[in-house]
Design a protein around this ligand. Sequence first.
Ligand SMILES: [Fe+2]
Length: 158
Amino acid sequence: MPDALSTDDNIMRTTPRIHYPGIWNVSTDLVDWKEVDGQPGNFMKVLALDDANHRVDFLFKQDPHQRFQRHTHLCTVATLTLDGEWGYQEGPERFFRGCFNYEIKGSAHTPYSTELGMYLFASFQGDGPVFLELLDDDDQVTGHVDIDFFRQYYDAEL
Ligand SMILES: [Fe+2]
């Protein structure tokens, strides 16, 4: 049987994003990593940004021994780890390729990477445009991450 993915005329081999009404196709290796503003060593590739459903899907990467600021989720989150090893500073577990996380609205934590770094797929699904409250060491809110925050890393032409 011919392997459809090995043919040279497969447009996904050379085109990062192809959109049809209601469908986003992304060849993620062709999309550049963007460093996350204010979170050094954290990078993302926004795959789909869906304002109507308050949803963003993205790849997320942390260099070794980095962290993302502690935050509370105002959305539900699903992640699938693709590589590396990482955890939440608030708990003993560490996650590796194949681990899945589902975080409900209201959960708070500080993701950090081990010496292996972190690489995962994440989906934020909210009931409004604001996804995260960023917290300081005293759990005071210092800022928000909303759908427009992700938009600055979204290089798609819609
Ligand atoms: Fe989180």
